[in-house]
Design a protein around this ligand. Structure first.
Ligand SMILES: NC(=O)c1ccc[n+]([C@@H]2O[C@H](COP(=O)([O-])OP(=O)(O)OC[C@H]3O[C@@H](n4cnc5c(N)ncnc54)[C@H](OP(=O)(O)O)[C@@H]3O)[C@@H](O)[C@H]2O)c1
Length: 252
């Protein structure tokens, strides 16, 4: 898929992986709608892309807002959305805690943000994609979707659901020209990682810009046929690109 003139909606785009995806997509000619709640950080991210010559737009919103309003606002900014990247995510309260110490409200909120919101937003966008016979639904997952790490609770459950949501969309949309996949980005030096694991040596972590370049390179070549990519599969699939990547210097 050529990214030139592609209209992309990225959730959670004010920092970390989402911001880096917005930057890399815009650098390859996509028009990008960047969504997050925190206005100053989001406007700063969008301004940086515009200064670099890219086409980016800020949609200040919570992913759990009315999906029809979110989809309509995004389309009003750039035209019909071709690609949605469900990247926004919450860990729930930190420090992370065992399930037995997790309130029902906190559990439900993580599922709402990480799983129900992507489902709702896709539902609001996918009809137009099917009508045009093209579209891509990208779900940013985690290895917590397949591993039962103690204390990762609701986040882990939500990501397992997100993987399967991607598989189901892929199966149900098989003959429509609309593709769906989940991608585990691997560990990255971002605020989310610092919140979850404050004691980790940040210098050991991959910069989100490096992972974003891998994902965008993959999308530019066309979505892979398997509906879930592990972090190692993503690295492997984009190894040639990775050799020309920027250094992994920590930046988030
Ligand atoms: N970092 C890692 O090591 C790692 C590993 C595996 C998977 N992942 C996945 O990678 C993705 C990106 O994570 P990250 O590490 O880049 O996180 P991050 O730096 O904390 O960024 C999260 C982004 O999501 C936005 N966001 C959070 N809740 C939102 C909501 N309710 N509505 C709208 N936007 C919301 C945040 O902005 P506001 O707070 O301003 O809304 C921010 O822009 C996530 O799906 C995460 O699960 C990360």
């Amino acid at each position: 898929m050529s990214l030139d003139d592609t209209k992309v909606l990225v959730t959670g785009a004010s920092r970390g992986l989402g911001r880096a995806l917005g930057e890399r997509l815009a650098a390859r000619g996509a028009s990008v709608v960047m969504m997050a709640r925190g206005e100053p950080e989001l406007l700063e991210a969008v301004a940086a892309i515009r200064t670099a010559g890219g086409d980016a737009h800020a949609l200040v919103a919570d992913v759990t807002d009315d999906p029809a309003r979110l989809a309509g606002a995004a389309a009003a900014m750039v035209g019909p959305i071709d690609v949605v990247i469900h990247n926004a995510s919450t860990l729930g309260p930190v420090p992370l805690r065992p399930l037995s110490d997790t309130s029902a409200a906190d559990f439900a909120r993580a599922i709402e943000v990480n799983l129900v919101a992507p489902f709702n937003l896709t539902r609001a966008l996918v009809g137009a994609m099917v009508q045009r016979g093209r579209g891509l639904l990208v779900h940013i997952s985690s290895d917590a979707s397949v591993e039962a790490y103690p204390t990762w609770g609701a986040y882990s459950v939500s990501k397992a659901g997100l993987d399967h949501l991607a598989r189901l969309w892929a199966a149900e949309l098989e003959d429509t020209g609309v593709r769906a996949l989940a991608i585990d980005p691997g560990e990255m030096n971002t605020r989310m990682h610092a919140d979850a694991m404050p004691d980790v040596d940040r210098a050991e972590l991959t910069a989100p810009e490096v992972v974003a370049e891998r994902i965008v390179a993959l999308l530019a070549r066309g979505a892979p046929s398997e509906p879930r990519l592990s972090a190692s599969a993503l690295r492997e699939a984009t190894r040639e690109t990775a050799e020309g990547e920027p250094s992994q210097e920590a930046s988030a």
